[in-house]
Design a protein around this ligand. Structure first.
Ligand SMILES: [Zn+2]
Length: 398
């Protein structure tokens, strides 16, 4: 811990205790009131720690160096920007002690949790809801063990939030580099190993970082990653083939399903591959839910009408039947999840399979194209006009 209570009942920040002064002061844990001692060296972050065998529920098990240093780093960064910040503040109505508490404006306190150790999904959700229900905002920042590496884990997914301009994002702190990393515009193409995202790195030691600059930077980071989509589509096809060869259960199930309907991994239409906004929220194999939805739509003849209400009912039916399974992501609302389906409808409209006839109805125009061989399909992937498929351009039909 970074803050202890001294024998004059004053809260003391370990960062402010002078070295060299002969310690006569005693320090106590603000939580369990037991005696704690100051650990202060030349290299490691100064902090207070319990004596062995403490069973303090809040500051037990010797906090890791990463956790103590990270908290101190964030604290100094906020203070540097004149953002009011309190370390390890106790919130009596929640009986919780966030790592930091800041005020970005006077109305809303913001809890910051620097998560370096494992935490059950249930506990994470309880804590998050506790903050939100009591009028706090909460930001979780992930420590070294949970930094993003190519694939998103189910643990990382718990912390993903949505922002209207930067899309899905989560935060990481790199204590060794004094850097806060924002992974944003996170999207998924085919399966869970096909994640695309942008990252911005904020050096916490630099004097000129402030929150407004960061927002600007995030918005201006290049969006010229268009060609990536072509590669991702081709990768999708090869990962389906690989899945079939290695008998990956969900791909085998998918393959069986489409065989019964006269399709194969080759004949599958392009629409089943194209990513839609927020498909990252969905655990079900993306080809599978898109195929089923497309099948349901194409049960109608061309010229027939589908209403938005019918589509949303279908969304709930698919959830009930486990044809559409979502990841456990507590920050993501049902409305946002529904937008996956809206984006898929928008995509089918862009592709000319549907046309919009009012703001709540579509008309079926044509069947999707099927393929005879893989070469033909890859050629179509490469010839696609990709501008519509970038996240910012996928229109949400309202
Ligand atoms: Zn204690």
């Amino acid at each position: 811990m970074l803050v202890a209570v001294n024998n004059e009942n004053v809260y003391v920040n370990a960062m402010n205790v002078q070295r060299n002064i002969k310690q006569k002061t005693e320090y106590f844990c603000p939580n369990c009131k037991e005696l704690v001692f100051l650990k202060k060296g030349l290299i490691k972050q100064a902090h207070f720690t319990h004596f062995q065998k403490s069973d303090c529920a809040v500051f037990s098990e010797g906090e890791t160096e990463e956790h103590v240093s990270g908290k101190a780093m964030l604290y100094q960064w906020f203070i540097h920007q004149n953002i009011p910040c309190q370390l390890e503040a106790y919130l009596p109505n929640l009986k919780q002690r966030p790592d930091l508490l800041i005020w970005l404006d006077e109305q809303t306190p913001v809890a910051i949790e620097f998560q370096c150790s494992s935490l059950s999904a249930q506990r994470m959700i309880e804590r998050t809801n506790g903050y939100i229900e009591n009028g706090y905002k909460v930001y979780w920042i992930l420590g070294g063990s949970y930094h993003f590496k190519h694939k998103l884990t189910s643990f990382q997914k718990l912390f993903i939030k949505e922002h209207k301009k930067i899309g899905c994002y989560f935060l990481e702190l790199h204590v060794d580099k004094s850097t806060l990393t924002v992974h944003f515009n996170i999207n998924q193409y085919g399966n869970s190993s096909q994640i695309a995202s942008y990252s911005a790195h904020i050096e916490l030691t630099k004097a000129n970082t402030n929150l407004d600059n960061i927002k600007e930077r995030l918005l201006h980071i290049s969006k010229a990653k268009q060609n990536e989509l072509k590669n991702q589509l081709i990768k999708s096809q090869s990962s389906l083939n690989r899945g079939r060869n290695y008998q990956v259960p969900e791909i085998v199930a998918f393959q069986k399903y489409i065989y019964k309907r006269g399709d194969s991994l080759i004949s599958l239409p392009v629409e089943v591959y194209l990513p839609v906004k927020n498909q990252l929220f969905i655990k079900t194999l993306p080809y599978f839910w898109k195929y089923q939805l497309l099948e349901w739509i194409m049960n109608r003849n061309s010229g027939e009408v589908i209403s938005k209400k019918e589509v949303h009912n279908k969304f709930f039916v698919m959830i009930q039947n486990n044809e559409l399974v979502f990841h456990l992501m507590p920050f993501i609302s049902l409305e946002s999840k529904k937008r996956c389906i809206d984006s898929f409808m928008a995509l089918l409209t862009e592709r000319g399979l549907l046309s919009v006839i009012s703001n709540s109805d579509w008309m079926v125009q044509r069947e999707p194209q099927r393929y005879e061989n893989e070469k033909e399909k890859i050629a179509d992937f490469l010839a696609l006009d990709y501008s519509f498929a970038t996240e910012s351009n996928v229109k949400v039909t309202k």
